[in-house]
Design a protein around this ligand. Structure first.
Ligand code: HMG
Ligand code: MG
Length: 309
């Protein structure tokens, strides 16, 4: 059966989670002003993105680019229905996130011990223990808790990662109370067969409807990986406008799949996102100009050329 007929059998709407303001900007050598970050988030919500990772309440010693998360969340125009989320590594970050009024809290660990150590300075088990008070506070406040698992398709320090290692972390995140979990390919090494394997394995612990694909495009595989996951039934994907980003603790990792490229493919497949592609292209031009470099979205460049720009 062709992939198109497989898609026609599943839900026809796809959730696009915009991670540029967090995953993208955390990696910028030149920090962006708070005002520009606020404008970026507001342009993205105006474009129709239903969920935006807007901040990270992490140690400013580790990631100075995210130090103004409270100011960003305090200044944005909250669009009704949009979920504004933030990364939280521990209880201290959770208190700050609560004060800032996040809609969703993202706890993050890894499928490989070496990456957990480099990124959050603890073992996977220790990270889960740190998330317990975070999860309790989220539950007490009625906030959604999401889990994100780095290096689900390969680790810069350990190489290949077994799906079983990912499943184990999914299980622990579900036990914490996460309503959904992101399978993240931090260094973009995954290929479509491996993506299907890891999602199939993870779906034995958490239904596909509550799993999301977070693909970095380092090896040019991100769109193919989205298609492979769509074919299985995954309907939530992360991307960043203009393909911003990377991870400061994964050398050589490039940005996420560009939101413009993801939308172009999803809309071409007849899937609904509720997002205005042209408005995201304009937003990509705005942020690329602010950062002083070209967008890495192929679709954005092509659409601009077609407009004669
Ligand atoms: P640590 O150094 O082991 O712990 O950091 P610590 O408790 O000794 O804290 C160090 C300093 O940070 C102390 O300050 C703390 O007070 C402070 P000092 O006394 O030295 O002045 N601190 C905090 N400050 C503000 N907010 C906090 C906080 N916690 C401690 N919440 C820690 C451990 C987890 C805090 C640190 O390693 C950290 O913040 N790591 C975050 C790294 C990060 O943000 N990485 C990028 C995001 S993950 C990602 O991009 C992957 C993802 O996109 C999916 C994918 O693609 O893979 C999600
Ligand atoms: Mg990432």
């Amino acid at each position: 059966m062709s992939i198109l007929s497989e898609l026609a059998r599943g839900p026809q709407s796809v959730e696009v989670v915009e991670v540029g303001p967090r995953d993208g900007l955390q990696n910028e050598a030149t920090p962006l002003s708070t005002a520009l970050k606020v404008e970026l988030v507001d342009r993205l919500s105006t474009a129709g993105l239903p969920a935006i990772e807007a901040a990270a309440f992490v140690s400013p010693r580790w990631v100075p680019q995210m130090a103004d998360g409270a100011e960003v969340l305090g200044a944005i125009q909250r669009r009704p229905g949009v979920v504004y989320s933030a990364l939280v590594p521990n209880e201290r970050g959770m208190q700050a996130a609560l004060q800032a009024g996040v809609d969703e809290v993202v706890v993050f660990s890894a499928a490989s011990e070496s990456f957990a150590r480099r990124n959050i300075n603890c073992s996977i088990a220790e990270s889960i223990a740190r998330f317990e008070p975070v999860a309790r506070l989220a539950q007490a406040q009625g906030l959604r808790l999401r889990g994100s698992i780095s290096c689900s398709l390969g680790c810069p320090y350990e190489g290949p990662v077994a799906p079983a290692a990912v499943v184990e972390v999914v299980r622990r995140m579900v036990d914490l109370g996460c309503h959904s979990v992101d399978i993240a390919d931090t260094i973009g090494v995954g290929t479509p067969g491996a993506v299907q394997q890891v999602f199939e394995a993870a779906s034995r612990v958490l239904p596909l409807a509550r799993l999301a694909g977070h693909f970095h495009d380092t090896y040019g595989q991100a769109l193919a990986n989205v298609l492979a996951a769509l074919e299985l039934g995954v309907r939530s994907f992360h991307s960043s406008v203009a393909g911003l980003g990377g991870c400061p603790f994964a050398r050589g990792a490039t940005g996420n799949l560009a939101t413009e490229d993801l939308l172009y493919m999803l809309h071409g497949l007849g899937l609904r996102t509720g997002v205005d592609l042209q408005a995201v292209v304009d937003c990509g031009e705005f942020i690329s100009a602010a950062l002083g470099r070209a967008s890495s979205s192929r679709a954005a460049r092509a659409l601009r050329a077609a407009r004669g720009g």
